[in-house]
Write a protein that binds this ligand. Sequence first.
Ligand code: SF4
Length: 211
Amino acid sequence: MKTTKETRRIVAALEEQHPGADTELHYRNPFELLVATILSAQCTDKRVNVVTAGLFKKYRTAADYARADPAELELDIKTTGFYRNKTKNIQSCCQKLVERHGGVVPQTMEELTHLDGVGRKTANVVLGNAFGRNEGVVVDTHVARLSARLGLTSQNDPEKIEQDLMKLVPRELWTLFSHWLIWHGRRRCSARSPDCPHCEIRKLCPSAGKV
Ligand code: SF4
């Protein structure tokens, strides 16, 4: 496992490499980001953005989704995959948002993770990006893979990986750090063919040339 000092060097190198890193999901407010993040499970951000371009014009509030015809909503989001489950999650999440929070997205981890279909990952995306609150680190497939390759964790479970990252990375950088790892994963360190020879942080990476 990397020490805090070694992690700081990785953090600095990633920051230098990906200065504009941000979520690639399109949204105009916290509620749209919540819906887009639920849709992004097992789907590319690009595909989600295609779907939400129309979806966010058709449904504007939590109440709109809660009272929608499920069959129609399923069709509207079908191309993001797993559309039956996603429809159920979005509708029950929106129902609770209406009942408990007046249709407004809450700003705490506890309240968010009590909504259907919202785990720590989704809550971290919303808290970090829509509200600027560093309550945790988003651990998606890229963050999990790169954290292991960079020697930042030996865990497989996303919540345990998150705990390791929270100990190593300064809190004010938690949201950005996951963006940097995701961008590096997409652009340089893919699952199947990491480009170690051209990787800008290879000198800091214990897996360079070994994966
Ligand atoms: S050196 Fe290779 S394994 Fe390490 S971060 Fe770069 S691309 Fe990934």
